[in-house]
Design a binder for this molecule. Structure first.
Ligand code: NCD
Ligand code: ZN
Ligand code: ZN
Length: 374
């Protein structure tokens, strides 16, 4: 048994569903699942009901998170068609701004170039007043994170350059997208990106087997797209899960058939074993994992350090991922049945054992909500 001691992981892309969809997940179940996956910081997306699109809603979400979270939580604000950039006065209390440029779960899609211009321009103006977040400026603004697919990637790149805004492209899944980003980086553009475990370890060839449990946005891609992500690993800054739980009933797999199941799959507690399995197979190094799950997300989002925080993993433990072992409220994973290496034994957060051998020991509310007024 070989125990590795890793720093607490960051999952820079999760949907913890509160408020509005607590039957899928809430701040307790979602952060408990995070600890089970060796993740001690999550960044939560704004497509809740209501969405996190105003200072009041951000403050309310921070209260909800502070009451229940067992790991640290950063909160995104989101742009909406109806409220535009109403979040701006509280922009520095969010980990970043999320813009949905393509269709996905929720109602936050921005569909005019006019509004997109405005969102980038006003984020830049606010940043000109208070600066971007950095170790020297913890109260500055985070980056603009975009759900942008295909042609929307160069569109967002262009806007971010026009207004000089740091851009982060979430869940990159296609060859054309990662090649565009790689070229932009080579030319000195300020852009970063992330890839999910499901886009790295699954492809559309898994769809017949997975059915609606393999449906998410962006969709599972071709084997060539998957190969491109691995080829251009150097251009992928972050591994993040896009943990997006929906119930089996909503997915049409329990009770009544469902006409159009919501896209999205859970992932926060399976990322580390999947990545460690790739390390075991020689496709990644442990350093690659720490770089993309700790160092880079901290730098890109200006996250505070977590002192005395350690994840102890038995990297040789060999077992099969199973639905019953999951901590997420929805109780399933698209990776069920997959043999993996690497089991999280213990998580210590700020000197306290918060997770041990399958059990969450932390009290609800012991996690911190980042960037909030004290
Ligand atoms: C996400 C969700 O369910 O909130 N769904 C998904 O398919 N990825 C939304 C998103 O990240 O686009
Ligand atoms: Zn998305
Ligand atoms: Zn998402």
């Amino acid at each position: 048994m070989a125990i590795e001691r890793l720093p607490g992981l960051v999952d820079a892309h999760v949907h913890l569903r509160e408020p509005g969809y607590e039957h899928k997940e809430d701040f307790y179940t979602g952060t408990a699942a995070a600890l089970a996956g060796g993740v001690t910081t999550v960044l939560d997306m704004p497509n809740t009901n209501p969405p996190t699109s105003t200072p009041e809603r951000l403050a309310e979400k921070a209260r909800l998170a502070q009451a229940k979270a067992v790991c640290d939580v950063g909160l995104f604000v989101g742009a909406t068609r109806t409220e535009g950039d109403a979040y701006l006065p509280a922009a520095h209390r969010a980990c970043g701004l999320k813009i949905y440029v393509n269709d996905t779960f929720g109602s936050l899609r921005i569909d005019t170039l006019d509004l997109l211009h405005r969102l980038f321009r006003t984020w830049a103006e606010r940043a000109a007043q208070i600066g971007y977040r950095s170790p020297e400026n913890p109260h500055g603004l985070g980056p603009v994170a975009v759900h942008a697919e295909e042609l929307m990637v160069p569109a967002c790149l262009a806007l971010s350059q026009l207004y000089d805004v740091p851009l982060h492209v979430v869940h990159v899944s296609r060859r054309s997208e990662i090649e565009t980003i790689r070229r932009a980086k080579e030319r000195g553009v300020q852009v970063t990106c992330e890839a999910t475990p499901h886009h790295l370890f699954l492809s559309m060839e898994d769809l017949p087997r997975l059915g609606s449990l393999g449906d998410m946005r962006p969709r599972l891609a071709t084997p060539d797209d998957v190969a491109a992500l691995w080829e251009h690993l150097a251009a992928i800054d972050i591994f993040a899960t896009d943990h997006a739980p929906h119930t089996l009933a909503e997915k049409g797999l329990q009770g009544q058939p469902v006409e159009s199941p919501p896209p999205g799959v859970p992932g926060v507690e399976t990322m580390l074993p999947l990545l460690l399995t790739a390390v075991h197979a020689g496709r990644l190094t442990l350093e690659d994992v720490v770089q993309r799950c700790v160092t880079a997300p901290r730098r890109i989002y200006g996250l505070p350090e977590q002192p005395d925080t350690v994840v102890e993993v038995d990297v040789d433990a060999h077992y099969t991922l199973e639905n019953q072992a999951m901590h997420t409220r929805v109780g399933w994973t698209p990776f069920a049945g997959m043999p993996v290496y690497g089991r999280v034994q213990r998580v210590i957060l700020r000197g306290r054992t918060v997770y041990e051998e399958g059990r969450v020991l932390a009290e609800p509310g012991s996690g911190r909500v980042l960037f909030q007024p004290t």
